[in-house]
Design a protein around this ligand. Sequence first.
Ligand code: AMP
Ligand code: ZN
Ligand code: FE
Ligand code: FE
Length: 283
Amino acid sequence: MGNIDLHLHTTASDGVMTPSEIVRYAKAKGLQAIAITDHDTIEGLEEGLSEGRRIDFEVIPGIEISAEHSPGSMHLLGFFINMHHPLLNERLGYLQRARAERNPKMVEKLNRLGIHVTYEEVLKASGGGQVGRPHFAEVLVEKGYARSFQEAFDRFLKKGALAYVEKFRFTAKESIHFINEAKGVAVLAHPNTLNMKGYSELENLILQLVKQGLKGIEVYYPEHNATDVAQYKSLAERYGLLVTGGTDYHGMEKNGLDIGVGRGGMKIPYSIIESLKAARSRS
Ligand code: AMP
Ligand code: ZN
Ligand code: FE
Ligand code: FE
């Protein structure tokens, strides 16, 4: 059996490839299946699934929701979501409106810093999909206000930086609830970004999420080291959670990261999808 990638972004959010392109790319790279998991939007799913059918390649409808959490960030993946579910669509509509309010405020903040960036430029960088901070970063680099994408984030865009503006997030409980309602399998993405202080703090949080309906943990992820992987795996075992994995590939190859291939030769086996499917039919 082949390998898979269960964490990918397209132009529907802040990825570089269109949904069709990423599906064709995954097949060309020899993967057996992928999940499309754009931030807070399902706009890329229809196209991705239809391209998958056209070229006979398995595409799982997914999503990645940014939930309320501090001091780090919490992302929740939903696999096999029913993209026509009314509650899911209502909640995502709310998030879209929250972004539409936040983004012009970030432009204002930049302008007040003497940085001449317009909302039109950021919209253009987004290519018509949902607008996010990576599109701001692109414009800042292009116009010479930052030397690199990372510098743009560090100076202006990351939490607490000069042009950062908070955007509304649902709580983990609310996010897991609407993923479950839409028949999705809710999975905690890249636990390392939670910035938990040690194992027991992470364990307590996971315990709480499990009570709220969490079904899995993203164990395999390019930024997880061997210790992280072992720790997340043991938590998954202890709480009967599924193990998933993905690269979070956004279409920009960096440091050996590519679709389906993390750093250090990380590969994700197809058997993970079989466990996901089994879990889905149980619920
Ligand atoms: P947004 O959806 O506007 O909140 O932007 C979130 C996206 O910005 C994430 O998915 C990352 O791709 C990127 N991002 C967030 N924080 C950072 C950071 N500190 N450095 C680089 N990229 C980041
Ligand atoms: Zn992203
Ligand atoms: Fe994420
Ligand atoms: Fe992601």
